[in-house]
Design a protein around this ligand. Structure first.
Ligand SMILES: Nc1ncnc2c1ncn2[C@@H]1O[C@H](COP(=O)(O)OP(=O)(O)OP(=O)(O)O)[C@@H](O)[C@H]1O
Length: 249
């Protein structure tokens, strides 16, 4: 028996308030790897993640996740939100945060307390935040919290992972190490990462998709400049202060 496709999207359209957000999107993810999803602000990337998670319903077309409707496959997907959007004042330790990853009713009842603890410890180790387990969230850097959120998603041992802008609040060296971690995790399961970090996307992804209401695939072996050219129609360009129209108006 062949194993079900992790993700199959056919002719998916999504309208919101009479406006077309996604138009006839088709996409197939056939196995493990790191898949980049890039595009301009408002292009529909987060909307697509929400549709894959079953939090929104398509206006037309079809999504299958491991050959099931998204809502029925939710326990197979791990979602990693942006650390920058997470309330760091929430009074809990990093380990407590990771434990919340197991709170789904089915997962909670299916596992003994011992196996839950070993899942949490393995997830902390895989995301390389074991030494920070007892730290309060308020005492973590943005990069450390982002790894904690990865550990939380890993606690359920998901068959697919979705990341929403994981490097939005981290410096270049942390961004590189987060992408390296995603590459490693992507050896065992498909990972879809939404990101505006075109340099990291070009350096690490097996396949890149560009989303601006419609979806198209970037050519193989893209560079940050070729991706910027594709989505914004211009080269990546470092402005000099003398070129700022506001400074010299
Ligand atoms: N809850 C909402 N209610 C109304 N409109 C929304 C809502 N969420 C998103 N939109 C609109 O849907 C469109 C697509 O938004 P989406 O967040 O999917 O884009 P995105 O590509 O993820 O953008 P960004 O890169 O800025 O995060 C935008 O026009 C946005 O304003």
């Amino acid at each position: 028996m062949t194993s079900p496709l992790p993700l199959s999207i056919d002719n998916l359209s999504f309208n919101r308030g009479g406006q077309s957000v996604l138009e006839k999107v088709s996409l197939r993810i056939e196995g493990p790897g790191l898949y980049g999803l890039i595009g301009p602000n408002g292009g529909g990337k987060s909307t697509l993640l929400n549709l894959i998670l079953g939090l929104l319903n398509p206006t037309s077309g079809q999504i299958r996740v491991f050959d099931k409707p998204p809502a029925k496959a939710a326990s197979k997907i791990g979602f990693v939100p942006q650390a920058a959007k997470f309330d760091r004042e929430f009074p809990v330790t990093l380990k407590g945060l990771v434990e919340t990853g197991l709170l789904g009713p089915k997962l909670w009842s299916r596992n003994s307390a011992k196996s839950k603890q070993s899942r949490v410890n393995e997830a902390l180790k895989a995301a390389k935040v074991e030494p920070l387990a007892k730290r309060a969230l308020s005492a973590l850097s943005g990069g450390e919290l982002q790894r904690g959120l990865i550990a939380r998603a890993l606690a359920t041992n998901p068959e697919m992972l979705l990341f929403d802008e994981p490097t939005a609040s981290v410096d270049h060296s942390h961004a590189a190490s987060l992408f390296e971690l995603m590459c490693k995790l992507g050896q065992h399961r498909p990972i879809i990462v939404v990101s505006h970090d075109l340099a990291q996307i070009a350096a690490h992804c097996d396949q890149v998709f560009c989303m601006e209401h419609k979806l198209w695939e970037a050519p193989e072996k893209p560079t940050a400049a070729s991706l910027a050219n594709q989505i914004f129609g211009g080269e990546v360009h470092c402005h000099r202060k003398e070129e700022c129209t506001q400074c010299h108006s």
